[in-house]
Design a binder for this molecule. Structure first.
Ligand code: GRF
Length: 201
């Protein structure tokens, strides 16, 4: 039986798209994206899920009223759908220890830097690339790691380096890191962990 994957998103969903495309190309033979969950009803990622025919749900923290209620709702949806592996693909909401403890080595995140550089609280979206340019690093990249209670602190699974060019802006660097690292690493990691789960079932 294939590992059942839920992808959690908040925004544009290009990493979700990379996963969908990789699955269609047969590059995630041990896994299947069974649902997409967004914490933002306006996320374009939801449209990508619709176009791919993947069921999607919206769970908003505001409507749930509290972090605990939000996570309980999320947990319920994942359980009902028999999810084995959760992939955070640009999911902009921090999950508490109460939640991550229920999913040991079962939540993956993609971060757009070479952890431990430019990670942790406050390092999200363009801020990561702004900080890399400000520091003047010549190499940056992306990291796929397991998620635990420490922000960007779980065990590292895969990393890929990307060159910083002299004329880079945060936007051009973000794009290069996505194209050359994130969109390749995330599907690879999805297959690695899906295979491990499927084989140990
Ligand atoms: C990516 O840079 C990812 O590394 C970060 O958030 C961004 C999400 O982009 N965690 P997208 O929604 O996948 O296009």
């Amino acid at each position: 039986m294939k590992t059942r994957i839920a992808v959690l998103v908040s925004g544009g969903g290009t990493n979700l798209q990379a996963l969908i495309d990789a699955e269609l190309r047969g590059e995630i033979p041990h896994g299947e994206i069974v649902m997409v969950v967004s914490n933002n009803s306006g996320a374009y990622a939801l449209e990508r899920a619709r176009q791919a025919g993947i069921p999607a749900a919206v769970v908003s923290k505001k409507e749930c009223g509290s972090q605990a209620a939000f996570e309980a709702r999320l947990q319920g949806i994942l359980e009902i759908n028999g999810v084995d592996l959760v992939i955070l693909a640009g999911f902009m909401s921090i999950l508490s220890e109460g939640f991550t403890k229920k999913w040991p080595n079962r939540i993956l995140n993609i971060h757009p830097s070479l952890i431990p550089a430019f990670c942790g609280e406050g390092f999200y979206g363009l801020h990561v690339h702004e900080a890399a340019l400000e520091r003047g690093v010549k190499l940056t990249g992306a990291t796929v790691h397991f998620v635990n209670e420490i922000a960007d602190g779980g065990p590292i699974l895969l990393q890929k380096a990307v060159e910083v060019l002299p004329d880079d802006t945060p936007e051009t660097l973000q794009r290069r890191v996505m194209e050359q690292a994130e969109w390749q690493l995330l599907p690879q990691a999805a297959e690695m962990v899906s295979r491990q789960i499927a084989e140990n079932r």
